[in-house]
Design a protein around this ligand. Structure first.
Ligand code: FES
Ligand code: FES
Length: 156
């Protein structure tokens, strides 16, 4: 079937079986490889993207459910000053080590700050609770969220 949706501000149409995952479609048909294939079963958050402004695990979503939706991956977020602020804050706080979790983490922090520009530590930790990081111990990612919140005052 043909499925039409908006990816990073551009209208796209893909041909796919209805149950093919959104993650597979992004990575193998649309070149949006920032969404990572970690567990492919909704456990790690490496495939996190925004769908209609909500954080979702792309590995769990059949492509047929995406018809008409608005999607944002890290490729699109890099064109948004707020997205770049989150990326720069992660780098500044040394919240990026191997980088595998980073695209999903950026999307999770971005979604949090859009919703809540002044999050508490508990709110930050809750917002990233679905995104596993095997490298940083999370403290540096929490610091990054604080930096992005402070530097982005007025932006969010
Ligand atoms: S790859 Fe989707 S949650 Fe792990
Ligand atoms: S930086 Fe390596 S998994 Fe998070």
């Amino acid at each position: 079937m043909d499925i039409k949706f908006v990816l990073n501000g551009e209208s796209v149409t893909v041909k796919a079986e209805p149950m093919q995952s959104l993650l597979y479609t992004l990575r193998h048909q649309l070149g949006a490889v920032s969404a990572k294939d970690g567990c492919n079963e909704g456990e790690c958050g490496a495939c996190s993207i925004l769908m209609n402004d909500q954080l979702v695990n792309a590995c769990l979503i059949p492509i047929s459910q995406v018809a008409g939706a608005k999607l944002m991956t890290l490729e699109g977020l890099k064109k948004d000053p707020k997205g770049m602020l989150v990326i720069e804050s992660l780098l500044k706080a040394k919240g990026v080590q191997c980088g595998f979790c980073t695209p999903g983490m950026v999307l999770a922090l971005y979604a949090l700050l859009v919703e809540n520009p002044h999050p508490s530590e508990t709110e930050i930790r809750t917002a990233i609770s679905g995104n596993l990081c095997r490298c940083t111990g999370y403290g540096m990612i929490v610091d990054a969220a604080r930096i992005a919140a402070e530097k982005g005052a007025g932006l969010w």
